[in-house]
Design a protein around this ligand. Structure first.
Ligand SMILES: Nc1ncnc2c1ncn2[C@@H]1O[C@H](COP(=O)(O)OP(=O)(O)OP(=O)(O)O)[C@@H](O)[C@H]1O
Ligand SMILES: CC(=O)N[C@H]1[C@@H]2OC[C@@H](O2)[C@@H](O)[C@@H]1O[C@H](C)C(=O)O
Length: 376
């Protein structure tokens, strides 16, 4: 079955799309990636989405307009990849509230599925996070079971580390990828990925740059170790899994507070970027220290895997693990999340549960997503 996976994440940079031929059943799926592309959001649309994510008030009419603009952009991205049997669209997260002891989680993705189905004349699955959340789960991360199916190694312990706007890990004990996955797979959000670095680069470049290319700017500075230790003391990092987070915590306000602290210590812009980058690496390593054991290999994906400075820091802080890219295990690190949603869509179509309760904390396995059929 040919499935198009569509994903735009917490970096809000654009839509990643992958056309994937998926075969097999359950966790024993096989894939061939037939095409992929990224469609950048227009500066105006990105600005609007970031505004909403940072808590800016908008009217219901503006929400409706934004929802449609995102759906149209997603449909156009799918159309560029050509016809498919199914579209699996994550949509654009504009709000994510993890569950607490008092209330269920809440997660809102814009880009309505009915409109994508109508515009592309292709059945479309979306709203992947809702069923897991209704069952008491975090609703995120959802990609770990796909990581298990595509990236488990028969003898080695692996971790897959996505570095998007937010970072998330999947811990994969050895598995030969037949039958049911091991019950000790875990995964959770590690904290900020590129979100804080992107925020600071945007500020320092007065909006002319959106990210620190290869980490070159951070590489010119010196990290401030006591500040990193202080930031790691924050409750999110002490909280046991399952856990998830978003721009609601690691957004502009958080970045602003960090920059104020750095200024009182007379840190230069480069020193601040070096500190944020080292902090991002430290949050990931901190999460790995909570695992049953350190992995033999860490496979990076997401845009942050192209930040050479961040990757080098991870390798230094995890001396016993080989830090590589998912490409080294045969999966394109730039499009892994889009490919993963194609598989999650395939699982919905075949009514196979998509969440791992050991990851999200949901009370039961759930069929994830809603399918919208096109009306001819
Ligand atoms: N060459 C590079 N050097 C440094 N950073 C890079 C480079 N290329 C991309 N990035 C970073 O990757 C980000 C985009 O990553 P990605 O597309 O994985 O994010 P995302 O889709 O929002 O992810 P998620 O949903 O997992 O949060 C950019 O905002 C930028 O910070
Ligand atoms: C609510 C939401 O959109 N969460 C994203 C985000 O981006 C990274 C991290 O936070 C992860 O938990 C999740 O995305 C990935 C694709 C997931 O669900 O596995």
């Amino acid at each position: 079955m040919k499935v198009i996976g569509l994903m735009s994440g917490t970096s809000v940079d654009g839509i990643d799309a992958a056309l994937v031929d998926v075969t097999g059943s359950g966790y024993e799926v096989a894939i061939e990636v037939l095409g992929s592309l990224t469609v950048d959001y227009s500066a105006e649309l990105r600005h609007q989405i970031l505004g909403v994510c940072s808590g800016q008030s908008i009217t219901m009419a503006q929400v409706a307009q934004l929802d449609d603009e995102i759906a149209i952009a997603f449909a156009q991205a799918a159309q560029q990849l050509g016809p498919a049997d199914l579209i699996a669209s994550h949509g654009q997260t504009i709000y994510h509230r993890p569950p607490t002891a008092k209330h269920l989680g809440y997660s809102w993705q814009l880009g309505r599925g009915d409109l994508i189905a109508h515009l592309t004349q292709t059945p479309t699955v979306n709203d992947f996070r809702q069923a897991d959340i209704a069952a008491g789960g975090q609703g995120a991360p959802l990609v770990p079971p796909v990581d298990a199916s595509l990236l488990s190694h028969p003898r080695q312990h692996r971790c897959v580390q996505n570095i998007g706007g937010i970072g998330n890990l999947t811990y994969l004990p050895p598995w030969d990828r037949t039958g049911q996955p091991p019950t000790d797979i875990v995964g959770w959000d590690t904290g900020p990925g590129n979100a804080l670095i992107d925020w600071a680069v945007d500020l320092f470049s007065q909006g002319t740059l959106t990210y620190d290319h290869n980490g070159d700017w951070a590489a010119q500075g010196t990290p401030h170790a006591p500040l990193i230790d202080q930031w790691l003391g924050q409750p999110f990092f002490q909280q046991p899994p399952p856990k998830s987070t978003g721009r609601e915590l690691f957004g502009a306000d958080y970045g602003q507070r960090c920059w104020q602290q750095a200024q009182t210590l007379d840190l230069s812009q480069a020193d601040f970027l070096a500190t944020l980058t080292a902090f991002t690496a430290a949050t990931i390593v901190h999460s790995y220290q909570q695992l049953p054991r350190l992995p033999d290999e860490v496979l990076l994906c997401g845009g942050g895997s192209r930040n050479a400075h961040l990757k080098a820091q991870l390798q230094t802080q995890l001396p016993g693990c080989k830090v590589r890219l998912t490409d080294d295990a045969g999966l394109d690190s730039n499009f892994k999340e889009a490919i993963a949603f194609a598989i999650l869509g395939y699982w919905q179509w075949h009514q196979h549960p998509g969440n791992l309760t050991t990851v999200t904390g949901a009370s039961r396995p759930c069929i994830l997503g809603q399918t919208h059929m096109p009306h001819t």
